[in-house]
Design a protein around this ligand. Structure first.
Ligand code: URA
Length: 230
């Protein structure tokens, strides 16, 4: 929300007072004086008038989890364990998943309470590469590489997938980089060749790599540098 609206919504200030407080340089957001009425105030922002705290700002939280097989990318499920069950942190139900993985897909999963941050990570427009290690039932050959780069038409969504970069690692192993995260996207891409994905593991999302010290099922908070890299 804009700073002037945030202040105007408080019962103690009229619109005129808000303007004067801003001009006088008495308002600080996250410790910095700002006179800009359009300055963005988020639920995480600390807002002060002189030394009085108008909003304390709730902590923004960011975690990476090594998702194991056999767990659901949902916050609640009646039959199976969920990724949230693995996150032993307070108020974990305030967190959401930035980019789901299928039940048996493993690897990097990010969870946060910051919706703007997770949108930057997952929106196709941002074009952040998501890198997967893939093992398939049938042999993968060079034809796949060109076809993945061209894109596939997905009738259900009525779209053509963005160019994807496939690197062959072995007869049935590859590394795939995609910038979107459509429903079952990797399996559907290999499905065009009637080739079943047997193992799927997400290694990275943009600049964030799965910490190799994290065993399946384990998690850690992101560092400030990792958070800022998105
Ligand atoms: N694509 C899939 O098909 N499954 C996943 O879990 C992730 C990407």
């Amino acid at each position: 929300m804009r700073l002037d609206r945030f202040l105007g919504n408080l019962p103690q200030f009229s619109r005129k007072q808000v303007r004067l407080l801003l001009i006088a340089g008495r308002v600080r957001v996250d410790g910095n004086t700002t006179r800009d009425p359009l300055h963005e105030v988020r639920e995480f922002s600390l807002v002060q008038l002189d030394d009085e705290v108008l909003q304390a700002g709730k902590p923004a939280r960011y975690f990476m989890l090594h998702k194991p097989m056999g767990c659901v990318s949902a916050t609640q499920d009646d039959r199976h364990p969920t990724v949230l069950d693995l996150l032993d942190v307070p108020d974990r139900h305030e967190l959401h998943i930035a980019g789901r993985l299928d039940f048996n897909t493993t690897g990097l999963m990010l969870l946060t309470n910051d919706g703007q941050w997770s949108r930057r990570l997952t929106q196709p427009q941002t074009k952040l590469p998501k890198v997967y290690y893939v093992e398939t039932e049938q042999v993968i050959d060079e034809r796949y590489v060109a076809r993945f780069a061209e894109g596939f038409y997905f009738a259900f969504e009525n779209l053509t997938t963005q160019p994807a970069h496939l690197t062959l690692l072995g007869p049935r192993q590859a590394r795939l980089s995609i910038v979107e995260g459509r429903y079952h996207q990797v399996k559907r891409m290999f499905g065009h060749f009637d080739n079943k994905v047997m193992r799927l593991h997400r290694e990275s999302m943009g600049p964030l790599l799965l910490d190799e010290r994290l065993k399946p099922g384990r998690f850690r908070a992101l560092t400030a540098q990792e958070v800022d890299s998105i």
